[in-house]
Design a protein around this ligand. Structure first.
Ligand code: AP5
Ligand code: MG
Length: 228
């Protein structure tokens, strides 16, 4: 009888522990923001992400960097990806989303938030991300003229010791075309959660607006978590 009683207490304790852990996870998930970083080639996505990481300690996942890592690994898959990237087109979403998802899963326990840089690049990528990973809290769209974007990429290529394969005039034009063909549909689909930021300005002026938007998201997340 005493043994059964003890077992019941243990079971109850285990259930309570599980509930507490579920609650902790629900709170953590509600608190961790996911932010999509959108904009054409060279608009300044990576530059703003670096500043966000410095201020907020978020995890920066650039779809382009993840793909370039795969290319650098020298794998067969990498060689196929390189060909698509060199053409200025889009790699299949299965490849990109699986790289992103793996990186998110790896960082999840310790991350304070995710910056998904260069994704989605077409409407369906956004839909699949929200179905397979999690809903995004905010999309920051850095709006910039094509002339400025080309100038920035060319300046980056001239200044950098390691030039990106796709930073040449022909591929830049193709990247711009891909961007032009897909962006309006993304902006229309995600209009309620998208903030368009004029990216023709100084890096720090742009960042002031970025900070306001992220602070707003964090505040909302904290309020939601408190209700969990
Ligand atoms: P990706 O690597 O994402 O390249 P991108 O979108 O073309 O953009 P960049 O990384 O060149 O520019 P950025 O906006 O980060 O600007 P940065 O801050 O560096 O993608 C590469 C390829 O991978 C794609 O073409 C595609 O093939 C594939 N891919 C990626 N994602 C994919 C996806 N989701 N699906 C399918 N395929 C995918 O700034 C540029 C320069 O400007 C720097 O020198 C910087 O110092 C300067 N700068 C920045 N801001 C300012 C400012 N405000 N004023 C003056 N200078 C500035
Ligand atoms: Mg970049």
């Amino acid at each position: 009888m005493l043994f059964m009683c003890h077992q019941k207490v243990m079971k109850k304790e285990a259930e309570e522990k599980l509930k507490a852990e579920e609650l902790r996870r629900a709170r953590a998930a509600a608190e961790i923001p996911i932010i999509w970083i959108l904009g054409g080639p060279g608009c300044g996505k990576g530059t703003q992400c670096a500043k966000i990481v410095e201020k907020y300690g978020f995890t920066h996942l650039s779809s382009g960097d993840l793909l370039r890592n795969e290319v650098a690994s020298g794998s067969d898959k990498g060689r196929k990806l390189q060909a698509v990237m060199a053409s200025g087109g889009l790699v299949s979403n299965d490849e990109v989303l699986s790289l992103l998802n793996d990186a998110i899963v790896r960082a999840k326990g310790s991350s304070k938030g995710f910056l998904i840089d260069g994704y989605p690049r077409e409407k369906n990528q956004g839909i699949e991300f929200e179905l397979r990973v999690a809903p995004a809290d905010l999309a920051l769209y850095f709006e910039c003229s094509e002339d400025t974007m080309v100038q920035r990429i060319m300046a980056r290529a001239a200044a950098s010791s390691v030039k990106r394969d796709d930073d040449n005039e022909k591929t830049i034009r193709a990247r711009l075309l891909t961007f032009r063909q897909n962006t309006n549909a993304i902006l229309e689909c995600y209009e309620p959660k998208t903030l368009t930021i004029n990216a023709e300005r100084d890096v720090d002026d742009i960042f002031l607006e970025v900070v306001q938007a992220i602070d707003c998201v964090l505040k909302k997340k904290q309020q939601n978590a408190a209700q969990c």
